[in-house]
Design a protein. Sequence first.
Length: 169
Amino acid sequence: MKTILWATLTANGNYAQSGPDNPPTKEALADFVTHAAAAGNFIVGRRTFENLRNGGGPGSFGEVDIVLISKHAADIPGVKVVRSPQEALTYLRQKGHQTALISGGADIHNAFLEQGLVDEVVLNVAPVLEGKGLNLLIDREHYRFKHVELLGCRPLGGGVVQLHYAIGR
C-alpha cells in the first residue's frame, strides 16, 4: 500500500495553524478533497478531525473512509477509530485501498514518519510567516534522516505552492 502524507505548512516551515482568524486556504482545502477522493480515504488525528468537523473543513466526504487515530476517542458514526498508525493501515488494506492519505496533525504525521510508514509527502506551502506552530519533522531519538526525490511542484493558486516528494527507503 502506498502512503501519502499531506500537509499545509507556512513559508517558514511551521504547520499552518488554522482557526477563525486564519482559516485554511480554499486552494489547499480543495486540493485535500481531491487527494482524499482519489485515495478513497484519509487518516487523521482527533484534534484535526474535530477542527474539520466543527466548521474548519470542506463538508461531507461522501464515500471516503475516514480513519481516526486516537488513544481516547469513543466510537464516532461513519468513522473508524483506531489506536495506532499500523492499525489504520491494516484497516485500509482490509477494505481494499491501494493508497492511504495521512492528513493531519503533527503527532500523526511524525508517528508515521518515525515508523518508516510514509512513501510520499505532499506539502502545500502557504504564503504566510507564523511565529508559532508545530514542525513537521520533530527531532526524536528514533527518527532517521531520509533523502527525498522531488516528484513535482505546482502552484495551487492564492500564492500556495505544492511540493510533492518521494521518500527514499
